[in-house]
Structures are given as structure tokens and as C-alpha cells.
Design a protein around this ligand. Structure first.
Ligand code: NDP
Length: 484
């Protein structure tokens, strides 16, 4: 299998107002294959002018044809888009694998998840409604859920298709018109999605896509006075920037900023059941997952047994190019490889319980060895920072109280899991752990599309997925009618 992209659209253009156009500044950015380091094409370097045109177009769509489209028709448009995504799963998966470096089976799962988001939100479009509220004699009071208007979507490079599904899918279902700025390192499936949206019959302006640099196109979108809501997934530092810029326009934001998610393994846990979840949640997508489980907290009495069994899995992991479809692919960029490598260096004082080997990986690719550290103190940098690579630390604890204190002891709170057969403990800890999602005897790495997802603390705020996302993409109007 070659790394030929075989695209059916021109990746160097933006989609604005239903047309494929060259970026206003006439400049382009190089596209690299993370598996090999080779240059594979160019993308548009969109600027503030392109963002401005996209926002104007989205406003026109929201106040025009798309805004007048009934909820049931919006749902049908998303179903049509879902069909097109499903017809193109293999094609989308291949593009994503080459562009992002994730093993083909993981890219395929992302494409299927995108279709599932469109199914869920397409089906929900005409089931979202307001309430009637009992009030004073002579009044009828009701609420209306209305779209914000123009929504901005800043999507990172780790799960482009899934994140587009969960944010753009929910925004379109509720009648918003969207401007999407994909990450410069991973915008091909966003452009493919835009092309499918045109084919699905979405009116011009309902979805605009402007690739470019975060500091240019992303910043222009975030600070644009014509945007009514921003949804952002990415780093804490950029999230702070996005929220600050949105605050100047007094615009609501949804921030999903990653985490340092723990899995708590007690002495009574079913280790056979837990093991695949413990390891997969750390190495999936080469650990570049907001809801990756990078901390394994284990009762001291079973620490060595657990480390030994996780270590066997690490030793058998196969790392290689995305199209070889092994267990772990390369990291997205040389920059990310440098970040993760520097964390591995900072773990030199720790016990490396296991490391996968790198055999036959192309020289120019951004590979790192998946690594498991054991007996780690919860105060160590590797136990506190989000590394965003295939690195896990095992931290021993003495009792339940200490386990909870360690679990809650970082700045983050996105996902956690409890592995124990004790039902009372499960219920107790599910309440005590500060986190947006808690799994009991499983780990969902973000969970299904039906399950509200989001963080507390520096993991962000607002909820995506499930019906909660639909509430987030609407604003509530109260109508109070006096009729005597
Ligand atoms: P960023 O947060 O910088 O990037 C995320 C998105 O924001 C990208 O689309 C990026 O565009 C855009 N962006 C960057 N700067 C701005 C800006 N000033 N205004 C508006 N948008 C902007 O993350 P990085 O890609 O730099 O990755 C760094 C670290 O962030 C990772 O190591 C990881 O820890 C974390 N991260 C977390 C993710 C998550 O899922 N929660 C996803 C990705 C990263 P562009 O890429 O074109 O610059």
C-alpha cells in the first residue's frame, strides 16, 4: 500500500459560502506525513480575511435558508451526510491515517464514530423542545430553544473526525451556521467532510471551513465579533487564550482541554477484565487522546503483579506506519515527538517497567517508544503533566482515601475509572472523584456519543456529546404571555 493520498477535492482551498476558494492571502502551508516525514501536499493558509468572509456567509445562512429549515429537515440533512460518510469510510480512514499517522483501524473507527454522531444528532434535531411553566393567573409562559447563530469550531489534530462530529454535528442539528478551523497538522478530513456536506445538500454558508495557522485563522475566528459561540478542543494555554478573546465579545465558550485521567485498581479488581482497558486507554492514538488514561493508581498489594502483566502487553506492542495498521503509530509532528521525548528524559530517575521496541520504523517518522513507569510518586512531573504520548505511570496507594486524594490531586478532571468488585466502594468513589465522567469496571476513553462529556478544573467546562451538547448549542428564550 502506498502513501498516495488520492483525494477527490483540492486540499489547498477553503470552503466559504458554498464555494471552494483559494485563501485570500494566496499563501499555503506544507502537509507532512507523520509516518515518514515526507511532504505530501499543501493546504491553505487562511487569514483573517477568509475568516471574515466565512462569518459573513454563516450569518447569511443562519438568517436565511438554513435558519428557516425546519428541525425535521435539518435532521434529514444530517442523515444524508451520515450516509455519505458511511459510503466513504474506507476513503476517509485512509486519508486520516496518512495525514494524522493513526493506525488504519483507529482511523476507520473515527470515521464510523463521525457517522454515528450525525445519526444521533440528526435523530435528536426534532426532539429538542422547550417547556411550559406554571406562572400567575392569566399568563401562559413557555421557553424556546433557539440556535446561538454563528458558531466557531476550533478542532485539534488528534481526532478530527470525531471532534467535528460532536461539535459541528450538534451545532447544525440545532440550527446554527458553522465556521470550522481545523488544525494545520490535520485538516484533510475536515475538507472531505465539507465536500460531503455540499453533496448532502446543506445550503451555502451552513458550514464553512478555513484551514490555517492557529495564531492567524484560529485567533481571527475566536476574536471575531460576528461569532456567537466558540467550541474549542486543545491545550490549556490556547484554551485560556480562546476564552479571553471570547470574553471581550461576551460570547459563551465550550472548552475541552485534556487531562491526566486515572484508573483506580483495587485489590479485589478483576485484573483479566481490567488489563486491556488499562493499557489501551494509554496507548490508543499513541497516547494523543484528551481522555487517555495516563495514570494507573493501584493498591500496593497488587502493584508488582499488575506492573508485570501490563509490562507483558507493552513488550508485545507493535509500533509502525499508520498504513501498516499496527498497535501504535507515529506522533503527529516532530514538535510533539520532541515534547514526549523530553518527558521520557525527565523520567530517567524512575523505574522503566516496560518499553515497546521500535523495529523497522521509517527514519523520518515521528516515533517514540511506548513506555510504562512503575512505583511512581504522585508528586513526580510525569504523574502530574499531560504528556500526550504513549506513556503511563503506575502509582501505588495504601487505601481508599489515599487513592481518592491522588486521583483528585492534579489540575485536571476529565475521566476516571474504578476497578473493584465492591459495590459500595464503587458508589462511594464515583461521588468522591472530581471528574466529568467516571467509569466503573470499564473505561470509555470519552465514552459513547450518547454520554455527556467534558471536564472540570483545567480540563475545561461545558459538555459535549449526548443531549447536553444540544443544550450547549442553543440559547433559552422565555416567553410570558398575559391573556387575562
Ligand atoms: P493547541 O491547543 O495549540 O491547538 C488546538 C487547536 O487550536 C488547533 O486547531 C490550533 O490550530 C488552534 N489554535 C492554536 N493557537 C490558537 C489561537 N491563538 N487561537 C485560536 N486557535 C488556536 O495545541 P497543540 O496542537 O499546540 O498541542 C499542544 C498540546 O496541547 C499537546 O501536547 C496536548 O497536550 C494538548 N492538546 C490537547 C488536545 C485535546 O484533545 N484536549 C488536542 C490537541 C492538543 P493549529 O494547530 O493550526 O495551530
Amino acid at each position: 500500500m502506498t502513501d498516495q493520498l488520492d483525494l477527490w477535492f483540492d486540499p489547498s482551498q477553503c470552503l466559504i459560502d458554498g464555494n471552494w476558494v483559494a485563501p485570500a492571502g494566496g499563501e499555503y502551508l506544507p502537509l507532512e506525513n507523520p509516518s515518514t516525514g515526507e511532504r505530501i501536499g499543501s493546504i491553505a493558509r487562511g487569514t483573517a480575511d477568509d475568516i471574515d468572509a466565512a462569518v459573513v456567509s454563516a450569518r447569511k445562512a443562519w438568517q436565511g435558508e438554513w435558519g428557516r429549515t425546519s428541525a425535521v429537515e435539518r435532521g434529514r440533512a444530517l442523515f444524508k451526510l451520515r450516509e455519505l460518510v458511511l459510503e466513504n469510510v474506507e476513503h476517509l480512514a485512509r486519508i486520516e491515517a496518512i495525514d494524522v499517522g493513526k493506525p488504519l483501524k483507529q482511523a476507520r473507527a473515527d470515521a464510523v464514530a463521525l457517522a454515528r454522531y450525525l445519526e444521533f444528532y440528526g435523530g435528536a434535531a426534532d426532539k429538542l423542545h422547550g417547556d411550559t411553566i406554571p406562572y400567575l393567573d392569566g399568563y401562559t409562559v413557555y421557553t424556546l430553544r433557539e440556535p446561538h447563530g454563528v458558531t466557531g469550531h476550533i478542532v485539534p489534530w488528534n481526532y478530527p473526525m470525531q471532534i467535528i462530529g460532536r461539535s459541528v454535528g450538534a451545532a447544525l442539528a440545532t440550527g446554527n451556521a458553522c465556521v470550522l478551523k481545523p488544525a494545520e497538522d490535520a485538516c484533510l478530513t475536515a475538507l472531505a467532510f465539507a465536500d460531503l456536506a455540499i453533496r448532502a445538500g446543506l445550503p451555502a454558508g451552513a458550514l464553512n471551513v478555513v484551514p490555517g495557522l492557529g495564531a492567524e485563522a484560529g485567533a481571527a475566528l475566536t476574536g471575531h465579533p460576528g461569532i456567537h459561540h466558540i467550541s474549542f478542543t486543545g491545550s490549556v494555554a490556547t484554551g485560556v487564550y480562546v476564552q479571553t478573546a471570547a470574553a471581550r465579545n461576551v460570547v459563551p465558550v465550550t472548552l475541552e482541554l485534556g487531562g491526566k485521567s486515572p484508573q483506580l485498581v483495587f485489590e479485589d479488581a478483576d485484573l483479566d477484565a481490567a488489563l486491556p482497558f488499562l493499557v489501551n486507554a494509554g496507548i490508543q492514538n499513541a497516547g494523543q487522546t484528551c481522555s487517555a488514561s495516563s495514570r494507573i493508581l493501584v493498591h500496593r498489594s497488587i502493584h508488582d503483579e499488575l506492573v508485570g502483566r501490563m509490562g507483558e502487553r507493552y513488550a508485545s506492542l507493535r509500533v509502525g506506519p499508520a498504513l501498516s495498521d499496527l498497535d501504535v503509530g507515529p506522533l503527529i509532528s516532530g514538535r510533539q515527538q520532541a515534547i514526549v521525548s523530553s518527558y521520557l528524559d525527565r523520567g530517567d530517575d524512575l523505574e522503566k517497567a516496560a518499553q515497546a521496541s521500535l523495529e523497522d520504523v521509517p527514519e523520518g517518522g515521528n516515533y517514540v517508544r511506548p513506555t510504562l513507569f512503575s512505583g511512581v510518586s504522585s508528586a513526580h512531573t510525569l504523574a502530574r503533566d499531560e504528556i500526550f504520548g504513549p506513556v503511563q505511570v503506575v502509582i501505588p496507594f495504601e487505601d481508599e482515601d489515599e487513592a481518592v486524594a491522588i486521583a483528585n490531586g492534579t489540575d485536571y478532571g476529565l475521566v476516571a475509572s474504578i476497578w473493584s468488585r465492591d459495590g459500595a466502594r464503587q458508589m462511594r468513589l464515583a461521588r468522591k472523584i472530581r471528574s466529568g465522567q467516571v467509569f466503573i469496571n470499564n473505561y470509555g476513553a470519552g465514552g459513547g456519543v450518547e454520554l455527556p462529556f467534558g471536564g472540570i478544573g483545567k480540563s475545561g467546562h461545558g459538555r459535549e456529546k449526548g443531549f447536553e451538547a444540544l443544550y450547549g448549542f442553543t440559547t433559552l428564550k422565555t416567553v410570558a404571555a398575559f391573556h387575562g
